[in-house]
Ligand binder design. Structure first.
Ligand code: NAD
Length: 265
């Protein structure tokens, strides 16, 4: 079995389910040691299953990434267990939608607190550690932020979420330029429609505002993808392995679409 991330320490946020869980499984399969981060105090059933398979190469830490004051403790716990963080999979995010004229400050604050503030300060603090602890003995660190096709184009019902994901693309570019002198690569992945727990919530919201039956929106968006189906979390995780690996050593500041052809850029 190839081990493209042999012994690297990867920190993954939003790792309890969906894309974050698939990336954790893929990184472990490639030989990484993973700090998996999510909201619940205890690891999800699926993470516990991975722990049984990979033993002490998986470490779970509960943290709400929107609480910036808690991020230092998270990074200290990660380092105490596995040493310097070499790969950040910056994935935790939430979704919500409402008609533009009805979307209120509370929704704006909630979405920006996790998807932008949490994303940015986890990245900034990990990058500071990567810069301070870089060594010739280790490859320079790398960051993968989770954007979205929603960050490429606005949507009438989804203004705040789209704006948060456009911010991810922009911060990825700025951070990549700031970190290039250190050899640290910063990229993003923009998934299209991926079949994860988030979609139960997304489908229900569209059903409410577009007068659809449960499941109708999900089926329609899958059918509309050029490849003809919703992607799987594993298909995003495969791209995340590539971007984290040395095979992507000349790739930085990019947002890679993993979307079955929905967006062309
Ligand atoms: P998901 O809702 O299935 O999983 C997200 C995880 O993040 C959950 O386990 C949740 O508990 C965790 N999380 C939420 N807020 C957190 C916080 N404050 N601190 C720590 N953890 C927190 O979502 P997913 O579909 O797996 O999405 C993963 C990423 O991909 C997100 O950034 C999402 O915006 C992006 N994305 C998803 C899709 C899709 O179709 N599923 C499409 C484009 C982009």
């Amino acid at each position: 079995m190839s081990q493209r991330l042999q012994n690297r320490h990867a920190l993954l946020t939003g790792a309890a389910g969906g894309i974050g869980l698939a990336a954790t499984a893929a990184y472990l399969a490639q030989g990484a040691r993973c700090t998996a981060v999510d909201l619940p105090r205890e690891p999800s059933h699926e993470l516990a299953e991975l722990s049984r398979q990979y033993g002490d190469r998986l470490h779970y830490v509960a943290c709400d990434v929107s609480k910036t004051a808690d991020i230092d403790d998270l990074l200290a716990a990660a380092q105490a267990r596995f040493g310097p963080i070499e790969v950040l999979f910056n994935n935790a995010a939430i979704f919500d939608l409402a008609p533009l004229l009805a979307s209120d400050e509370a929704m704006y604050d909630r979405l920006f607190a996790v998807n932008v503030r949490g994303m940015f300060f986890v990245m900034q603090k990990v990058l500071a550690q990567m810069v301070a602890q870089r060594s010739k003995a280790r490859p320079a660190g790398t960051v993968i932020n989770l954007a979205s096709q929603a960050g490429r184009r606005g949507e009438a019902l989804v203004s705040h979420y789209c704006a948060t994901k456009a911010a991810v693309v922009s911060y990825t570019q700025s951070a990549a330029l700031a970190m290039a002198p250190y050899g640290i690569r910063v990229n993003a992945i923009a998934p299209g429609v991926i079949d994860t727990p988030m979609w139960q919530h997304v489908d229900a919201l569209f059903a409410r505002y577009e007068g659809l039956k449960p499941g109708e929106k999900k089926a329609a968006v899958g059918k509309a993808v050029p490849l003809g189906y919703m992607g799987s979390p594993k298909q995003v995780a495969d791209a995340a392995v590539f971007l984290a690996s040395d095979e992507a050593s000349y790739i930085t500041a990019q947002t890679l679409n993993v979307d079955g052809g929905n967006v062309m850029s």
